[in-house]
Ligand binder design. Sequence first.
Ligand code: FRU
Length: 505
Amino acid sequence: MKRTKKWALSFSFFLILISLNLKAQEIYHEQYRSQNHFSPKKHWTNDPNGMVYYKGIYHLFFQYYPDSTIWGPMHWGHATSKDLVHWEEQPIALYPDSLGYIFSGSAVVDYKNTSGFGKDGKVPLVAIFTHSDPKGASAGRNDFQNQSLAYSLDEGKTWTKYAGNPVLKNPGIVDFRDPKVMWYEPQKKWVMTLATKDRITFYSSLDLKNWTKETEFGKDKGAHGGVWECPDLFSLDYHGKKIWVLVVNLNPGGPNKGSATQYFTGHFDGHQFISNSDKTKWMDYGADEYAGITWSNTGNRKIFLGWMSNWMYANQVPSVVWRNAMTFPRELKLEQVGNEMYVASQPVKEISGIVENQSNKNKMDAGKPMDLSTMFEKFKVPSKLDFELGKLENFSITLSNDENEKLVIGFDKAANQYYIDRTLSGKVDFQKGFAAVHTAPRLSPDKKLKISILLDVSSIELFADDGLTTMTDIVFPSKPYNHIEFSKGLKVKNIKYVALKSIWL
Ligand code: FRU
């Protein structure tokens, strides 16, 4: 009797374990769920926030509404990763309060305890974010967005809001938000890069609590089709020379409509940013990279992450349990083309940690649809495909599935443009402008023709010319694409197929 009871108990425990495991699998494997991009278990997300690397952990906070799949009162959700690829969702870090919703911002490691938040030798992580007061907004006030602080003394696990919030009060600018803070070593001070409607305003501080206005940048520079949001400022090394990059997100007014990320290259002296070009440059030309900024405290590496959606339809995309994911993290580097400096991006090298297997194929028959799963044993999504192509001619590469849904990537020689055509890519009817062809310039005439695509269940990221031109588009095919067809005449020298593991296993 006793034995049977024991057996029954362990059997039911076993069943519970199985069902928990099944549940975990279901959660991250619903229709359209990205398999190698972070998305919250449930509900709404937009911008990545407070990205900071500390003690071997990458922290990713994110605009989060835990009660719905529609944008609402903003919190900071939290996820952590040891390798930028596998993410573990953590408890919510910051909740709205009497000063408002918790809008976007950044986080720094205050090693010198300039803020005084550190205690007993514990280094404070400090988050600098926008408090956006919904009551002020609906009353039509112009000062409802203010900058505030929160700190963590347990390496990012729990956060305490500063009692003296807000630390930077609004001077009467409706769009006054998204502080990105960095330590400026030559002058031993903090610099805040803030989006202030149609320009960037720089502030400085010795203690993160008292801020002094330095200068403004950009009223007459770059793209101005919408409000400037989510900026970032950092330097990159170019053959021993320090070049500053100012990232400015913009909504709307992107190169393919809606929200997008532009950037400027130039010089910063702790006081003022001067750009070295009048050209408008985009970090990603696709429709679905937005609010992209970089991790702080990563030394010489600059790792960029964007939100993989567009404000034109982010609230309507057809996922049910959660809404929206982040891009794959990208490493940034500078490249010069003629007299212009550009920022090129590539998936971070840590992608190697999810490589399942890889194979090559050369000599392909152009003009015939080919079954990807016979071309590459067990082709599946997510995966990465690297194409080495012949002469630079008009070409198209069509990915399709058995439902005849198609995603086309191509190049238009006369226009010198890459494109992604998602008009027939699957579910497109949830918003009028979603079914579209997006274009992006080929920036370097001399580059060998090489393109890479990162293909996930509901997204494609195109890295052309070693990441000099990048395009991110989301797609909602009813089944994964399993056929490929090259346009007639296209010389495909080689395709490397890299099968990627799901990050949620
Ligand atoms: C950008 C943005 C930010 C703001 C946040 C609100 O996508 O509009 O400017 O802080 O989203 O969720």
